[in-house]
Write a protein that binds this ligand. Structure first.
Ligand code: SF4
Length: 481
């Protein structure tokens, strides 16, 4: 019987892209995707951005081992990179593969799934077997951490992620990512173009470019005056030379939104380049941003948001990450953050309480100037209320508009109500109704008219039209870089 695998992904979009690539490679290697209790190998793709993320991963590993004691558990991702020995000591773990060795994860998983007695004998680990019997593949070289040979295809994920950049060379004081993923490095333009063309050929309609620090794509290569690879040039090439129907950009640091990148929104229609910009904010206080070693100031952020709004028009959905309770954050500094958010037209916010991570500068700052947990909780509550109001205002302003969208996998409960799940080009989840009561298949490009906003902030819509696959708009030639 064919062996089965299950991948449980934790963390950010870039981590999910790793999980999707790993899954594609295992399927092409002949393994079947299964639920964790029936799988021979369970891969836990971890995050380590907060202490809570570590706890969730450990709890999942324990639960999986309890429900499926015969499963071989392979743990990979950021937590596996940051603390491999800690994970190897957990009962039921067979292999720990850090981000530095992620390219080996498919082979290791295949051997574990085949029940090979000693995987470590055939793929030599970095650490000898631990006392628990788990082998560890992890070091700090990060030589082979792309999984680019795995082609992204439309399938279980209607809108897959293509991770085109890995690691980060910044040193924000609260962040473990440089430790867990290494310095910034970029997937080649050739690999990206090949991936995009194959994705389109396979019927894909929306692709999400993701990365750990996506705006730094291409900056790690030696430059000469004739060839300066930038993300803006790459995107212009993709949208001009391929038939990709729609591209969405995931998080890009504020200072990486340069004039060329913003100009793309003027040159390509929303049907092809989603009007969705996620700029991590973290704090609206100059002093806190300095303590965080962030590279922008609040006024830079405001300028970038204004430039994006001007280029995208009023359907832009602006999103941000915001952290509450960074060490030493005073009431006045928190108020600056609150007021800055209040002044900007955010469509959604991802909110996090500060979590001290071992090995970071902020770990030390936290020992000296911790913000009391009660205060952090109060600030998170205030931000959640504000974020909800922002989302409500933004979504309310979309009522009556007709927007391009892509249909998703509709859950049975929604289909039972005669609605199709869809995501608009500007990142609004909608429940859309067809005049004849039918459900539209996933991965269809449609236009929807937004009709109502419910109390739980769900947007209702009606189907206006379904786009023929050949209806792909091409832009005028570029005039910016
Ligand atoms: S930019 Fe800062 S927060 Fe983002 S990954 Fe790099 S170091 Fe971490």
């Amino acid at each position: 019987m064919t062996s089965g695998f299950h991948i449980e992904n934790f963390g950010c979009r870039a981590a999910r892209a790793d999980g999707e690539a790993l899954s594609a490679l295992l399927r092409s290697g002949g393994l079947q995707g299964r639920e964790a209790p029936e799988a021979e190998v369970v891969i836990v793709n971890t995050c380590s951005v907060t202490a809570e993320a570590d706890r969730e991963a450990r709890a999942y590993i324990r639960r999986t081992h309890r429900l499926n004691p015969d499963a071989r558990i392979l743990v990979t991702g950021c937590y596996a990179q940051r603390a491999p020995q800690e994970i190897a000591a957990l009962e039921g773990v067979s292999a720990v593969v850090g981000n530095s060795h992620k390219a080996l994860a498919p082979q290791i998983a295949m051997r574990l799934a085949a029940g090979e007695a000693d995987t470590a004998a055939t793929i030599v680990p970095i650490s000898a077997l631990t006392s628990s019997g788990a082998a560890i593949w992890a070091d700090d070289a990060f030589a082979h951490s792309f999984l680019e040979e795995a082609q992204v295809l439309p399938g279980a994920q209607t809108r897959p992620n293509l991770k085109i950049q890995e690691g980060c060379s910044n040193r924000c004081t609260f962040c473990v990512i440089p430790q867990t993923r290494g310095n910034s490095r970029s997937l080649s333009s050739e690999s990206i173009l090949r991936q995009v063309r194959n994705f389109v050929e396979a019927g894909g309609n929306e692709l999400v470019f993701s990365g750990i620090n996506l705006g730094r794509w291409g900056r790690d290569w030696p430059r000469d005056l004739d060839t300066k690879p930038t993300l803006a040039i790459l995107i212009r090439t993709i949208l001009t030379e391929t038939k990709l129907p729609r591209l969405r950009l995931s998080s890009i640091e504020p200072m990486d939104w340069d004039a060329d990148l913003i100009a793309l929104f003027r040159d390509f229609p929303p049907s092809r380049l989603a009007r969705h910009a996620h700029l991590p904010l973290q704090s609206g206080s100059d002093a806190v941003l300095r303590r965080m070693h962030r590279r922008y100031r609040p006024w830079h952020y405001v300028e970038k948001a204004a430039a994006l709004s001007a280029a995208c028009g009023d359907t832009l959905t602006l999103g941000a990450d915001v952290m509450a309770g960074f060490p030493g954050e005073t009431d006045a500094e928190f108020t600056e953050t609150y007021e800055l958010i209040r002044a900007l037209p955010f469509g959604y916010l991802h909110l996090f309480p500060f979590s001290p991570r071992p090995g970071t500068r902020a770990w030390e700052l936290h020992r000296q100037w911790p913000v009391p947990p009660r205060v952090v909780t109060e600030r998170m509550t205030a931000l959640r209320t504000l974020a909800r109001e922002k989302t409500r205002t933004h979504r309310q302003s979309m009522i009556g508009r007709t927007l391009d969208a892509i249909t998703l996998n509709t859950p049975d409960s929604l289909a039972g109500d005669g609605c199709t799940a869809a995501l608009t080009q500007n990142f609004l989840p909608v429940q859309t109704r067809n005049a004849d009561g039918s459900i539209t298949a996933p991965n269809s490009l449609v236009s929807v008219r937004i009709t109502a906003l419910a109390d739980d902030l769900t947007l209702a819509a009606t189907l206006v039209s379904q786009h023929p696959v050949v209806d792909r708009v091409f832009p005028r030639p570029h005039a910016h870089s």
